[in-house]
Design a protein around this ligand. Structure first.
Ligand code: SF4
Length: 220
């Protein structure tokens, strides 16, 4: 059963009105629409874009989009890989020193990335998740060893990297990395052990009848 709280909480993914993305702003929106329920918050967040640290990011994003979404070149947007986008964003922002926080299982991919970044004139600092590994027994957990994503973040903080790139950090370790990382950070590779690190394939294939019960979990 859906709780009252969730029932009245934003459900944009279920909205058929989409007033927020069209020019006609007189459309009637669902009662849960955040543009109505959170009107004050909207104004407060708009103010935050004027903070220098946020304005700098928005200007970087805007510069990037103006290249990707060039109205004179409609196919241009299909030529931008995520690697291209990250390098262009960094270049627009005048960033020289980039950090890579990588899973040890993706060191090969991270070396390829590092080589590409260096070939494009960036300084690259990289740190593997198993650096400063933690003994699980110190935390009352089983196993022999686990990674230290907090160290990854703190080392990149010390190294004063201007933009950090996450490569394949596990769910949970990525949360700790982001919690402790002071620099701007963007993901390049999101770990998906089943799908060659391409998690959206799970969503697309879930539409196919062969896979339609793939994500329906039954009680054990
Ligand atoms: S913001 Fe409002 S109009 Fe836009 S998708 Fe969400 S519910 Fe629909």
């Amino acid at each position: 059963m859906v709780s009252k709280m969730v029932e009245h909480s934003p459900q944009c993914v279920k909205c058929n009105v989409l007033r927020c993305s069209v020019a006609e702003k007189d459309r009637r929106v669902p009662s849960s629409c955040p543009t109505v329920r959170y009107a004050d918050l909207i104004e407060a967040t708009k103010e935050k874009y004027h903070l220098p640290e946020n304005e700098a990011v928005i200007r970087g994003w805007h510069g990037l989009m103006s290249k990707i979404l060039d109205p004179e070149k409609s196919r241009e947007k299909f030529s931008w890989t995520r690697v291209d986008e990250i390098m262009e964003y960094a270049a627009i922002r005048g960033m020289k020193r980039l950090g890579i926080a990588t899973c040890y299982a993706l060191l090969f991919e991270s070396k390829l990335l590092s080589d590409i970044l260096e070939a494009n004139g960036f300084e690259v600092v990289s740190i593997c998740c198993l650096c400063g590994e933690v003994n699980p027994q110190d935390m009352g957990l089983g196993g022999n060893v686990f990674c230290n994503p907090i160290l990854q973040a703190e080392v990149l903080n010390c190294e004063k990297t201007e933009l950090n790139i996450m490569v394949g950090l596990c769910v949970g370790h990525d949360i700790l990395f982001l919690r402790h990382c002071k620099g701007e950070t963007t993901p390049l590779i999101v770990k998906d052990r089943a799908l060659g690190h391409n998690p959206v394939a799970a969503l697309y294939t879930s539409q196919n009848s062969f896979y339609n019960d793939r994500f329906i979990r039954k009680p054990e």
